[in-house]
Design a binder for this molecule. Structure first.
Ligand code: GTP
Length: 548
């Protein structure tokens, strides 16, 4: 009995498939025998037999019976040939019937090779990160501590140089932040640190600070294993961004795969395998439902069977391509078709790739994963604001629409937050536009870090942001945004013209009537944001009364 849930599920699916085949194979043999008795029914009966053999050729290998799949493929070709020639000589029909009959003998269990499935792609929740900070400048050290703790990091220092080796073994330490300016205590520790890092299976991410920015200094940092280099005055927001990149797991949401296949047994198996690899899979059995499902499910990728009763996968792929909105979604054909000219013809009409059935679980996961990852990257590049990495105006609006619609369908709450920096014009006027940009990036980074992976966050205007929080009441949204507001107000921005702090105001709305559309929620959130500004700023309002 398999000891892991996926293998148990696959074994059960294989068992079901076998049961069905024990009934279907004798029927196939009977259909082939009927052709000997009445060769004149061949024009109608033979295509049917060929299609069933085609389906068997595609599924048998996947369920651990490659010899049966191979034999079915040969017989499929044989049917095709008979259809073309319609031989009068009965021996060809006898041979076909006997070979189809023989398929049952190939239903003996073969060595079932359970292939390892790739690791799930879903990211775990945010990790608690410990950072060892070695910095002689007390003022800068205080700013680093302050900023990083506002972003949720644990920072600690080194009391004595001989403790370095001990610290590096601690499970609570995830990154190093060291000032390597000439003559500093960090610089003196570098030879020892480089040696200790080399002994580790996985060196800790090292971020270097220095009052020098020349080639030799940066090269020295790289040789000590630095992944980030920050000349003074340190851009603490960029530093946190770099720390986040190297210490947090990949924050992407699970890839969404829409599977279009009429073969229930195979579809269930593909779903189980892809889900076990951390992907979200939706299965369309009836092609008529395809367009609605695309609209509701928003897949990153479509896996399309080619041969289905009444429709071909190529027609369906062309149908998808008629809509510009879905142009970015890769379509991978899954088919028992091995004729490369047919494959090419399919790709020329629509679709992006071809994988032949039977496909191993590992190849399926790797193919889908690689394609979905690339599609996400392209989509990311097109929909993200380059300064903050958040969604652009049109894309966050689209996401709000989508979530409001989904919430209504599922009868779950959804909240919208509209956020605007306070007196931001003064920041630009007093410290310059570049510093203003740093403040915008700081807020974007904090929003990304404090909100959930399923929340959508966008830069709605210059210094205005919109977030959509599915399955979240307005009260919960207010609590979350109050925490973010406090953390943001605590950040200190260091500039050559002095240090300063900045705040934001926010308005929250939720679906307050069953017929509320996206525009209603945005408008009410905007009114509450305006109220928050009028009430004195640095506050979050989720009803028509103020709350600080
Ligand atoms: N640095 C920077 N500034 C921007 C960007 N986009 C918009 N701004 C500035 O943001 C400021 C917004 O100013 P206002 O709309 O008057 O609002 P405010 O000063 O923040 O005041 P309140 O919103 O009433 O608290 C303007 O000075 C814009 O030039 C940007 O991408 N970078």
């Amino acid at each position: 009995m398999p000891d892991n849930p996926l293998q148990a599920q696959l074994a059960q699916l294989q068992d079901d498939w076998l049961q069905r085949l024990r009934i279907e194979l004798p029927r196939l043999a009977e259909q082939a025998n009927a052709l000997i008795r009445q060769p004149d029914i061949a024009p109608d009966a033979l295509p049917l037999l060929r299609d069933q053999l085609h389906k068997l050729a595609g599924s048998a290998g996947t369920f651990g019976y490659p010899a049966l799949g191979q034999a079915a493929r040969e017989l499929e070709k044989c049917c095709q040939e008979l259809l073309r020639q319609s031989p009068a000589d009965l021996s060809a029909w006898h041979k076909l019937a006997s070979d189809v009959d023989h398929l049952q003998a190939l239903l003996q269990p073969e060595e079932f090779q359970a292939t390892p499935i790739l690791e799930p792609t879903t990211a775990p929740e945010r990790l608690q990160v410990g950072v060892l900070v070695i910095e002689d400048d007390g003022g800068l050290l205080a700013d680093i501590d302050h900023t990083l703790s506002n972003y949720g990091y644990n920072t600690f220092g080194l009391n004595a140089p001989e403790q370095l080796a001990h610290h590096l073994q601690s499970a609570q330490l995830n990154a190093l932040l060291i000032d390597i300016s000439p003559g500093s205590s960090g610089a003196q520790l570098m030879p020892e640190l480089t040696r200790l890092q080399a002994e580790r299976a996985q060196p800790l991410p090292l971020l270097a600070i220095s009052n020098q920015r020349d080639f030799a200094t940066q090269l020295e940092a790289i040789r000590a294993g630095a992944v980030g280099f920050f000349p003074t005055p340190v851009d603490l927001i960029a530093l946190e961004d770099c720390l986040n990149r190297y210490t947090q797991p990949h924050q992407d949401a699970a890839y969404r795969v829409l599977l279009v296949d009429d073969d229930q047994a195979l579809a269930q198996r593909y779903c189980a395998v892809l889900q076990a690899a951390g992907m979200l899979v939706d299965w369309v059995q009836r092609p008529e439902a395809l367009l609605d499902r695309l609209h509701d499910f928003h897949p990153d990728l479509v896996l399309m069977d080619i041969h289905m009763p009444d429709y071909s996968g190529i027609e369906l792929a062309q149908l998808i391509r008629l809509n510009d909105h879905w142009l970015r979604i890769p379509i991978i054909y899954l088919s028992a078709e091995t004729d490369s000219s047919q494959q090419l013809a399919a790709l020329l009409k629509a679709g992006d790739d071809f994988v032949s059935k039977p496909i191993s679980d590992q190849t399926l996961v790797a193919t889908v994963y690689a394609r979905a990852q690339r599609a996400r990257l392209v989509s990311h590049a097109l929909t993200r604001d380059s300064m903050t990495g958040l969604l652009k105006h049109a894309d966050i609006k689209e996401q709000v629409e989508l979530e409001v619609e989904r919430a209504r369908r599922q009868q779950l709450p959804v909240s919208i937050a509209m956020v605007d920096l306070d007196h931001f014009k003064r920041v630009n006027d007093n410290y310059g536009h570049a510093v203003g940009d740093t403040v915008i990036r700081a807020l974007a980074s904090l929003l990304r870090q404090r909100l959930r992976r399923i929340d959508g966050i966008g830069r709605y205007g210059g210094e205005e942001f919109v977030a959509v929080l599915p399955n979240c009441t307005s009260q919960d949204a207010q609590d979350i945004f109050d925490q973010i507001r406090e953390a943001f107000a605590g950040l200190v921005f260091r500039t050559a013209d002095g240090n300063f702090q900045c705040t934001f105001s926010a308005g929250i709305s939720a679906c307050e009537a069953p017929d509320w559309e996206c525009e209603d929620l945005l408008e009410v959130a905007d009114q509450r944001l305006y109220l928050a500004k009028r009430n004195g700023r640095n506050q979050v309002i989720c009803r028509h009364q103020a709350r600080t």
